[in-house]
Design a protein around this ligand. Structure first.
Ligand SMILES: NC(=O)c1ccc[n+]([C@@H]2O[C@H](COP(=O)([O-])OP(=O)(O)OC[C@H]3O[C@@H](n4cnc5c(N)ncnc54)[C@H](O)[C@@H]3O)[C@@H](O)[C@H]2O)c1
Length: 435
């Protein structure tokens, strides 16, 4: 793609902002990226990519000439009408989304009739309406507003940008909505053009539904453990039903990441604030929290007390192919193991830098084989490809004990067992413990 297209501004250069910027530069736009983090901006100006996301560095490098980085929003306002907002919306203590970064962007925009805010950040339904009120009260009613929720998945974000399942655009049928539709047109993705509140709700409802599917299969897995069924077989049989599908039916030690926990809570809270008790989401959240902790019970079942035991965690990021540690199951697991007196050895091929500040007092190993050395038990926390190809005979030689706890049901149970190790997965009743 090289045809010149509408220039855009991107406010916030995190996972969403950088992928959006690189993607639209690839499609032909001049992109003006703004971030308040001066260090991050300096690194981006120097050609560094501050996050790990497959294909992103290459895509940014390919269109360096079209990408501009600055801490001053005036640089974006001068060159672009459409300002894509991709700042963080983390949870507050109440579970609501913290919209202070979004508000800071709204405040930083001067009155204008030629600019539009295009909201990529995940915000509660109703936020667009309240931002429009704030703009009007500040004499900035000329600024248009478009909701354009982001559905990318970390680890495959570049691919998701280029081949989205759908593009959702919520607007008031004005020039700004038309301009965003035109920007996405080359991707030929199914388009849902709707009102602002509905677009906002599509995002929250989609994440809540996926999280519900995960908690559902995790509960089925727990029942499988009681009944001797194997959840992998159960999910295979369920997933062949067109109405159900295979995706998000992988049982494991719970979901994490920057989106699911936060968005499920935000939707629950949003409903609660309007007087509606969203019972199903309460259960989804509770099941997920308990699922992370079930690993401890499994370790205790095999090892007894964990005091003085050495446990190895393979993988720390919330999922493979990312360095994102937000709400990763490894955080809960390592804290619980430490509280129970275990010694912890960890290894993650990419997330170590992020993890070092979040997980204190553990041994960061050089590689997977170094990590398992002397361990009484090994727990697969993140299913990085390199862990699936481990030589289990070598692992067995290095370990002090024999327990391999497959927290993602991703390992070859037969290969683990053939090395003389004890395999236990999640919800794999019949093959839960094979020596
Ligand atoms: N990460 C994902 O997988 C994903 C997927 C879909 C949607 N989202 C949503 O997109 C939004 C951004 O997520 P992310 O993961 O990219 O966040 P992030 O934390 O990686 O990046 C946010 C960036 O915004 C910058 N920022 C904060 N305040 C700013 C301001 N006033 N002006 C300019 N920059 C500012 C921060 O310095 C940071 O670089 C969130 O609302 C998130 O829920 C994330």
């Amino acid at each position: 793609m090289s045809e010149r297209r509408e220039p855009i501004g991107v406010i916030g250069t995190g996972y969403v902002g950088l992928v959006t910027a690189a993607g639209f530069a690839h499609l032909g736009s001049e992109v003006f990226c703004i971030d308040i983090d001066a260090d991050k901006v300096a690194r981006l100006q120097a050609g560094e990519v501050p996050i790990y996301e497959p294909g992103l560095a290459e895509m940014l490098a390919e269109r360096r000439d079209r990408l501009h980085f600055s801490t001053d929003i005036a640089d974006a306002l001068e060159h672009a009408k459409l300002l894509f907002v991709a700042v963080g919306t983390p949870p507050t203590y109440s579970g609501d989304a913290d919209l202070s970064a979004v508000r800071a962007v709204v405040d930083a925009i001067p009155a204008s009739t030629s600019h539009a805010l295009v909201m990529k950040s995940t915000v509660p339904a109703g936020t667009g309406a309240s931002i429009k009120r704030v703009l009007a009260e500040g004499g900035k009613q000329g600024i248009a507003y478009v909701s354009c929720p982001e559905f990318l998945k970390e680890g495959s974000a570049v691919k998701d940008f280029l081949k989205p399942d759908r593009v959702v655009i919520g607007d008031e049928g004005d020039w700004a909505g038309d301009a965003v539709v035109e920007l996405y047109e080359p991707l030929k993705a199914p388009l849902v053009r709707t009102d602002i509140a509905s677009a906002e709700m599509v995002k929250l409802a989609s994440n809540a539904f996926l999280a519900t599917k995960i908690s559902f299969i995790n509960e089925i897995a727990n029942v499988c453990e009681e009944t001797g069924a194997d959840v992998i077989e159960v999910a295979r049989g369920m997933g062949l039903d067109d109405r159900i599908g295979h995706k998000f039916l992988q049982a494991g030690i719970g979901f994490g990441g920057s989106c699911f926990p936060k968005d499920v809570n935000a939707l629950k809270q949003l409903a609660g604030n309007s007087g509606y008790h969203f019972q199903l989401l309460n259960a989804v959240i509770e099941v997920n929290e308990l699922q992370k902790r079930r690993v401890i019970g499994k370790l205790q079942k095999h090892l007894g007390s964990l005091v003085g035991r050495t446990v190895c965690l393979l993988g720390l990021a919330f999922k493979p192919n990312t360095d994102d540690m937000r709400e990763a199951s490894s955080l809960v697991l390592s804290a619980r193991l430490q509280a129970d007196g275990a010694t912890i050895r960890v290894y993650d091929p990419v997330a170590e830098h992020e993890a070092r500040t979040l997980i204190p007092a553990v041994h960061f190993a050089e590689d997977a084989l170094d990590a398992v050395t002397g361990a009484d038990a090994v727990v697969l926390v993140t299913e990085w490809a390199e862990f699936l190809e481990l030589d289990w005979a070598q692992v067995a030689e290095r370990m002090a004990g024999t327990l391999v706890l497959d927290g993602r049901n991703a390992l070859d149970a037969g290969a683990v067992g053939a090395a003389g190790l004890t395999y236990e997965g999640i919800g794999r009743g019949a093959i839960a413990s094979s020596a």
